[in-house]
Design a protein around this ligand. Sequence first.
Ligand code: C2E
Ligand code: MG
Ligand code: MG
Ligand code: MG
Length: 278
Amino acid sequence: EAKTRGRGRYEFFDVELRERVQRQLRLEQDLREAVVDGQLWMAYQPVVDLRTCRTVAVEGLMRWHHPTHGAISPVEFIPLAEESDLINLIGDYMLRTTTEEIASQRAARNLDTRLTVNLSARQLDDAALVPTVEEALRRTGLPPQTLCLEITESALMRDPEVAGGALSALRGLGVRLAIDDFGTGYSSLAQLWRLPLDTLKIDQSFVAGIGRPGKSEAEAIIRGIVTMAHSMGLTVIAEGVETDRQLEVLRELNCDQAQGYRFGRPVSAGELFPRMAG
Ligand code: C2E
Ligand code: MG
Ligand code: MG
Ligand code: MG
């Protein structure tokens, strides 16, 4: 009896696995069309300075409106794009769109808002990345220090040697560099120290632990990260701030900047910028 139950379970997993693989293959094909078809667009989330309460930057986050499935999360489609060469096409689209949108909003509203965008591990390996960034800055006239490129801790640690080389080349353009989702990977201080970074973004899982009973270790960890980052001359941004309590604690812990639903969800440039003016 146990045997038949076991077999049933295997068949169940087979079906589930096949369906998942099929969905991925379909989505990968659809993603190719999405780029040409204009189904991708960029949402922006404010990054707020904790001393002045001003929005100092916006983070560009990619959105895919699929014609039949509706909204698909970047958590699902970015890894798909990374498995193929699509990530470079999508990355080019993202850099072009965000620099154009932010340059035009800055000019139209006389703002000094900076732009931060996400790069994936595969893009760091691409020889075309540095010329693409350079070209985007040149075409839009955005000052290089206005642009920040975020790379997740795990992407950096995949091959610290290669990543370090790519970061140095990007730094040569004058852009800023941030380590994203910090605390979720396993980087050592010594490895971080060698990278030309400007900013460290504390992963939202730590912020979620603030003020939660039995989770007070989150505050101790954040305190440690902030102290370490500041001693390395890095600006610290907390991600995923949702409550007043979290905001209060992050201020006390000397965090420099924050983003999260407490300040604003990611929305289109057309929706975000009119609110920011004045
Ligand atoms: P990330 O760069 O760490 O972005 C932060 C994520 O947290 C975003 O999810 C954002 O919508 C979400 N978030 C912001 N505030 C809050 C909050 O208060 N609470 C909660 N629970 N979540 C919050 P999103 O937009 O789904 O993006 C997920 C990840 O996908 C990003 O993580 C980034 O790694 C990747 N990604 C997004 N856009 C791009 C892109 O254009 N290129 C690349 N390579 N990766 C991208
Ligand atoms: Mg990010
Ligand atoms: Mg993050
Ligand atoms: Mg993340």
